[in-house]
Design a protein. Structure first.
Lengths: 422, 422
């Protein structure tokens, strides 16, 4: 298996590189990115996906908000897609000045076909033929990230994590050896290196682990892109644009003995709230009704727990939502309350998730035991717990979240034993 | 003829409106433009062509110059075309908020096909079918000016005057009743109203007159757009975006008795230089060599004059060039000098053209006589003269140009007899 994969890497002549907004924030940075691309393009055909420069998208969103309180989504996509178009043009100008045969392509020119859903379209199909044709005359194709096109020729955007998703989808379409995600951090760490002293760079993690981390706030890569990579078995690498000599973190299906470890990291997500519907008479379909009402307003819920009080014959449903969605969630539940005959709706806005991520956690009882006792010993109250094969999450008070993460990180000996990762 | 034209206006359900960069410079101005469009769209299907907001194009060009001294032209088009895309999206957001069924379209989406020549492509064909399809579900289509697309799907731009040209070409494609060019002036005047007191608004002029004016510096409309309008007999109207109640100036084939006048205006172009190659031995092909050498460097020459000195058996060739091209012109001629055996190359950087524009000027000897004597009486030295059916141009010193224009404007009684046009 290992041999076959290496062979495949050698055989594939294509490499996909993705550069985020901070990597192309200024012309000087674009020149730096061009140097990286030039270096790689001497041996391979390179497909580079770029985001909009720095704060361009924020600027365009602000402009749209000035024009309309709730900007029409089709027109918003028409507007936002210009950000990436600016980046690809500038990057190709620089590459051509360096003597690299480069060509910029919009999503429409590539043929990155999406659903007809604006501001958060999903990719349906990619016209890889046009890419291969492009490579006949160019060594480097620079493709606008974040955007797509419908079969009717309307411009769409892919929503959050869009450029990562573009890169992975293109890598799958041309069967690239690797998809390197260049960003402003060194790779994926056992925890946030800015907050947890001694957080260690992971040279290799599995899709599953990185998915759990991403969902829990360690957003180096958008979960959507990771899921797509897993689905199409695209090997990802997270690297630092400003330290291109570093190897970063490789993300693949994992499973090799040598990289197996129980615990891969600790993640913190501070902007959480918990909401509970108390004492709903036990009847079928309650959780479904609650979930549907929230889904109708596009509110994502997490850590849903339902407990049954046999003596009272009633249920309570508790879940967490993001800070930004709390007010609307309460409004929706207040409406549902009488319909469901619930006793009360309670909200706790002071929640943070601290999660331990790894493989097969629940099969090793010492892990939850050490986790909970570490927090308990240090007087950190656990408000909620949920667990899966790959993570155990404790909800704690926000002001204790970072301390909790540091304690857990230490307790599980995740610290770099050598010098700290720079 | 008049009856038929009016009938056609009534019958055509389409109207094309073009708004320049100053008209969409801010969100507030875009809202104002949307109001104008809304008003017109209650009776007709409206196709609005818009330029980039204010100084967006200049900003993008600056960005390109930072990226590359001589930016690749294909990539420059990729970059510059984003300016108009931003405008169309914002304008449609505002229109939709006003309840107008509007939709933005890029040149690619419309199918405005051009040559594969970047930064100054000419329009080859327009897919009017897509426009008519668009009007099935929308009352207003907002199309990005200045841009086009090649048959291979590459983005092009049309160069100077591009958005005017887009508007006229679209008007021809859908057989619109009228193409209104909204700008920041009231219309076309007998001379520059900011400089010549009493300059009068012309309610109607012919394509030919406006072409002569435009070439001479009175650039309300780009000559290219006017030529296209003449070719396809598209009736133009120049109007002030900020005074939409004013009727502006109508431009058409003219020829009706009631609007015929000898003199339609005085134009000034101050940034001119004259260059002379002195005493070239008389031999065939000299003017051709000079013109070719300048054309190779894309330098436009004007007012070419060749005079023969029979006694010396030699020619001198004199012409005017724009200020910006003077240095390079002198360099080119210095190289040619020995090849042509010329005695000397002389340049006069202090030139301005003052031109009288009208119809059949040379058939009426009193016109050149009054023109030259007016300047002579007022001690304004005429350096060069050239004339055609529709204009007589005098080159004078730059510091006397405005005075000369004012004197000529007065002498030919072009002043508004009523109150000055505001």
């Amino acid at each position: 298996m290992l041999i076959w994969r290496d062979l495949k890497s050698v055989m594939s002549e294509f490499q996909v590189l993705k550069f985020g907004g901070t990597s192309v924030k200024t012309i000087a940075r674009i020149q730096h990115v061009a140097e990286i691309i030039k270096g790689i393009s001497s041996g391979k055909k390179v497909l580079a996906v770029v985001s909009a420069m720095g704060d361009t998208t924020d600027f365009l969103v602000k402009l749209a908000k000035q024009a309309s309180e709730v900007p029409d989504r089709r027109e918003l996509d028409m507007l936002l897609s210009t950000g990436e178009q600016i980046s690809i043009a500038l990057l190709c100008m620089v590459l051509k000045d360096m003597g690299v045969a480069a060509k910029s392509l919009t999503a429409n020119q590539v043929g990155i076909f999406t659903e007809t859903v604006h501001t958060r379209a999903r990719i349906l199909d990619i016209n890889s033929k046009r890419l291969f044709q492009g490579f006949e005359s160019s060594d480097v194709l620079v493709v606008a990230g974040f955007q797509g096109v419908t079969v009717d020729g309307d411009i769409t955007t892919l929503g959050r994590g869009g450029s990562d998703t573009t890169a992975v989808a293109l890598a799958a379409a041309i069967n690239a050896a690797e998809c390197d995600i260049y960003t402003d951090v060194d790779g994926i760490f056992t925890s946030d290196p800015n907050k947890i002293p001694g957080a260690r760079l992971l040279p290799r993690v599995s899709y599953g682990e990185v998915l759990e981390m991403a969902r829990l706030g360690a957003q180096v890569l958008h979960p959507r892109a990771v899921e797509l990579a897993r689905q199409y078995n695209v090997k990802l690498r997270v690297r630092n644009t400003f330290k291109p000599e570093h190897q970063g973190t490789t993300i693949d299906a994992g499973g090799d003995m040598e990289i197996f470890r129980s615990i891969s990291g600790v993640a913190v997500d501070e902007d959480q709230c918990s909401v509970a519907i108390m004492d709903v008479p036990d009847q079928p379909g309650i959780a479904g009704k609650v979930a549907q009402a929230l889904a109708d307003q596009n509110i994502a819920v997490d850590m849903i727990m339902q407990s049954f009080h046999p003596t009272a014959g009633s249920n309570s449903i508790t879940f967490t939502v993001h800070d930004a969605d709390l007010d609307q969630t309460i409004k929706i539940l207040a409406k549902l309350k009488s319909e469901l005959n619930a006793r009360d709706v309670l909200a706790d806005p002071d929640c943070a998730k601290v999660s331990l991520i790894g493989a097969g956690l629940c099969g090793q009882p010492w892990i939850p035991a050490l986790l909970f006792s570490t927090l308990g010993k240090n007087k950190i109250n656990i408000k909620m717990i949920s667990s899966s094969e790959m993570k155990i999450t404790c909800v704690v008070s926000r002001k204790q979240a970072q301390e909790a993460a540091r304690l857990v990180h230490d307790a599980f000996e995740l610290k770099d034993s050598a010098k700290p990762a720079s």
